[in-house]
Design a protein around this ligand. Structure first.
Ligand SMILES: Cc1cc2nc3c(=O)[nH]c(=O)nc-3n(C[C@H](O)[C@H](O)[C@H](O)COP(=O)(O)OP(=O)(O)OC[C@H]3O[C@@H](n4cnc5c(N)ncnc54)[C@H](O)[C@@H]3O)c2cc1C
Length: 373
């Protein structure tokens, strides 16, 4: 599948007439890039406009012994042609959770080690709790509030994580360790300072809402620019820059950032979570139903999870929608379109959805919205 997608993109480059150089680039002056070509030699290029899109990589924290343990990242994990005996996964965010479940289902023993008190800790507590239960049911061990102080051994043979949890020491042993503790932008060592491109405290390229960097004529998009780390967001960043280059004024501010975690079942959200609404002091009405109440969930024999919506207290505007359950990534698109169109929740409540589909579950969900205070 990946090879097929690479071929599609190569064909598109060819058809567009754009020149594609495979190599490692770095700025050597304003708008000037030197490329160490993969097949040898160098090229120096100067562009009237330059776009930086160098992405991000797995963050490797300075834990003693971690680097020496040659930990797996998602890249090596996706390339394994055998099943790890006991995989220790450091990080209970999206990447850690998706890989944990896949590896468990392939047959690995899997332990997730998360430093926060719960999995997917930026999400609402009911999401974390439900994920925790689902993972435990599959036989995935979850150790939360655990701080790794030292690593011993080598991933692929034997590895031991020295961990402190609530004041006591818990040491975890496995055959492999995989690190999924966050992303570091690829902005070091590429001569940004020579091009007048500044970075933020967190190392992202500093951009404004039009995705312009601090250097005139240089733009940055995607993970390296600190945009939310999703493929569909870097695609939207591209559209913003494309249109602004053509004289338009598109901005990143106020755009929707939907996302889906591809566990089984999926978890997806668009708009505000309860946690975010509370943090920002935004009043809301809450509607929540267990997904077992959706007929389609029963026909799919996947009745775990829930649907949840946040509705403005002053108007009937939908502020946010969360789905944990079968086809969650598809259901959010329905609510997302309603939000884009500025529809009130009653439009979905009163809509006729095909029976039996997951979208039909929006009717009982939005019927459960409390009346305005
Ligand atoms: C395991 C995993 C799963 C994910 N799953 C999803 C998902 O399901 N849905 C979703 O929306 N997002 C997902 N993401 C996030 C998504 O992949 C990224 O947000 C997206 O790829 C960012 O695009 P980008 O162009 O900014 O960077 P990238 O896709 O990382 O592309 C940057 C490119 O620049 C190249 N590069 C870097 N430095 C240089 C240099 N100096 N010279 C030349 N080339 C250079 C890199 O080799 C790379 O090819 C996932 C990420 C990971 C790690």
């Amino acid at each position: 599948m990946v090879d097929g997608m690479v071929d599609v993109h190569l064909a598109r480059f060819k058809a567009s007439g754009a020149q594609l150089l495979i190599g490692s680039g770095r700025f050597i002056g304003p708008k000037t890039v030197e490329v160490a070509l993969a097949d040898g030699g160098t090229r120096v290029l100067r562009g009237e406009k330059v776009i930086i899109s160098t992405g991000s990589r797995t963050t490797l924290e300075p834990v003693p012994g971690l680097l020496e343990a040659s930990p797996l990242t998602h890249i090596e994990a996706l390339d394994l042609d055998y099943i790890p005996g006991h995989l220790l996964i450091v990080g209970g965010g999206y990447i850690g959770l998706e890989i944990a479940q896949a590896m468990r289902r392939f047959g690995s023993r899997v332990t997730i080690i998360e430093r926060n008190a719960r999995l997917a800790h930026r999400e609402d507590e009911d999401v974390s709790d439900a994920l925790h239960d689902m993972f435990r049911e599959e036989g995935i061990e979850v150790v939360t509030s655990a701080h790794i102080t030292r690593v011993e051994g080598k991933s692929g043979k034997w590895v031991k994580l020295y961990t402190v949890r609530e004041g006591s020491e818990i040491n975890l042993e496995g055959t492999h360790v995989l690190v999924a503790t966050g992303r570091t932008p690829n902005t070091q060592g590429i001569g940004l300072e020579l091009a007048g491109v500044e970075t933020t405290d967190r190392g992202h390229v500093k951009v404004n809402e039009r995705l312009e960097t601090t250097a005139p004529g240089i733009w940055a998009v995607g993970d390296c620019a600190g945009s939310p780390h999703f493929t569909h967001i870097v695609f939207d960043d591209f559209r913003i820059v494309r249109d602004n280059l053509a004289g338009g004024h598109r901005v990143t501010t106020g755009r929707q950032v939907p996302f889906c975690m591809f566990t089984d079942p999926e978890f997806a959200r668009v708009g505000l979570s309860e946690t975010e609404a509370k943090e920002r002091g935004i009043a809301y009405r809450l509607a929540k139903i267990p997904i077992v109440g959706v007929y389609r969930a029963r026909t799919l024999c996947e009745t775990r999870g829930f649907l949840k919506a946040l509705i403005d207290t002053e108007s009937d505007r939908i502020l946010g929608f969360t789905a944990l359950g079968a086809e969650a990534g598809e259901i959010i698109a329905v609510v997302q379109v309603a939000m884009l169109a500025g529809l009130s929740y009653t439009a979905l409540r009163d809509a006729i959805f095909t029976h039996p589909t997951m979208a039909e579950g929006l009717i009982p969900l939005f019927s459960a919205v409390p009346a305005r205070p």
